[in-house]
Structure formats: structure tokens, C-alpha cells
Design a protein around this ligand. Structure first.
Ligand code: MG
Length: 218
């Protein structure tokens, strides 16, 4: 990555999407399990699926049915775009936190393992599109915990990064690899104990504490 000149104040904040900004896990799990039912295959439990959320779709299906992973991915990609908004909604206070950070002068991006086209549709459907400066999907480069998606997001924002906010250890390790401070939120995929193993700078039940770290820039 090209280094920004030191006189430019970094003001980029990166957020994971599913389980961090949006409570989307029920719709994702429904679509994930749909493929098994549709093809008459034995389905894993919700808990087994939940434990893998945050990994790429192909990797998740390979864990349960390696010989059917490609077929199941196709089924998911047909089902999810038609059903992704049924139960999903932003977590409490997310819009206000994002709006406040924008007003304070920060640049905000999503950095998700979702594909870019689906991530943008999802952000807009949840009413968050106008609050984010950029939505970065993972298209054709290594997924988290590799830092690539964060590097792409910050490049699009045109600034250095300050914090990576996420609900899994994958998010935290990606943020650390990109040289950002990391903020873990416990309302998503991974429990407090698991998130603690990645030693985030903050480990919180919601996003409120982020505002304490990020005062107005001007
Ligand atoms: Mg997540």
C-alpha cells in the first residue's frame, strides 16, 4: 500500500457489515440452509452455521458438503437476493453513531466479505447508504483476516485508517494487520470470550464507546 503523507490526518473508520452494523444473521442462515432443503441434502444446525459466519460462502459450504459446495452456492445466490431483507435491520443506535461520526469529520466505509454488488444493495435496503462514504466488498482478493478489504476501502476513501469495527475475530485480525485500532462488538456472531482472544482495543456490547474515541476533528 502507498503511504499517505504524514501531514494528512487519517480519518477513515472501517466497519464490518453483517453482525456489526446490521442484524442480518437470521436471513443469512435461512438462505444458507435453503440450499440443503432444496437439494434434499442433510442440513447442519443453526449453531453450526452461525459459528462459520464471516467466512466466504464457498468455504462454509465446503465444511458441510464439500462435493456439493458449488451447487449450494448457486442455490444461496438465487435465494438470498430475494430474501435478504426479511428479518434484517440495523442494530439499535447504528444510524445515530454513523451520522455523528460523519458530522465530526470522519470518513466511513463498510469492509465486508460479502460480494461488492450484494453489499451495496444490502446497505441501501437497510437505509444506510447515505451514511457511508464507501461500501467495499471482497471481489477477487483474499478475504479477512487478510487486510486487503480494508486497504481497498481506505484507498477508496482517500485517507488513512483509524479503527476497524467488527463482530468476529476475522475482522479484528484484519484490522490489526492493516495497522488500525480494533473495536469488537458482541451483538453479532462471536461471543465476548472468543472476541477477547484477538485482544481488541475495545470490546463492547454496542457502538457507543466508539464516539468516546473519536471527537470532532475540526
Ligand atoms: Mg460480521
Amino acid at each position: 500500500m502507498e503511504q499517505r503523507v504524514s501531514t494528512v490526518t487519517p480519518r477513515g473508520i472501517c466497519f464490518d457489515l453483517d453482525g456489526t452494523l446490521v442484524d442480518s444473521l437470521p436471513d443469512i442462515i435461512d438462505s444458507f440452509l435453503h440450499g440443503f432443503t432444496h437439494h434434499g441434502l442433510p442440513a447442519p444446525s443453526v449453531a453450526e452455521v452461525r459459528a462459520l459466519i464471516g467466512q466466504p460462502l464457498e468455504a462454509m459450504y465446503t465444511r458441510f458438503a464439500p462435493e456439493h459446495a458449488t451447487t449450494l452456492c448457486v442455490a444461496y445466490r438465487e435465494h438470498y437476493p430475494l430474501n435478504f431483507h426479511r428479518r434484517s435491520r440495523p442494530f439499535p443506535g447504528v444510524e445515530r453513531v454513523l451520522r455523528t461520526l460523519r458530522e465530526r469529520g470522519y470518513l466511513l466505509a463498510v469492509a465486508t466479505t460479502k460480494r461488492g454488488d450484494m453489499a451495496r444493495r444490502f446497505v441501501d435496503a437497510m437505509g444506510l447508504g447515505g451514511l457511508l462514504h464507501h461500501v467495499q466488498g471482497t471481489d477477487g482478493f483474499p478475504h479477512k483476516p487478510a487486510p486487503d478489504v480494508i486497504h481497498h476501502a481506505l484507498k477508496a476513501l482517500g485517507t488513512g485508517g483509524l479503527w476497524m469495527v467488527g463482530d468476529t475475530t476475522l475482522d479484528l485480525r484484519a484490522g490489526q494487520a492493516a495497522g488500525l485500532k480494533t473495536y469488537a462488538v458482541t451483538w453479532g456472531t462471536h461471543a465476548h470470550e472468543e472476541l477477547a482472544t484477538a485482544t481488541p482495543d475495545e470490546l463492547q456490547p454496542d457502538l457507543e464507546r466508539l464516539l468516546h474515541h473519536l471527537p470532532p476533528l475540526v
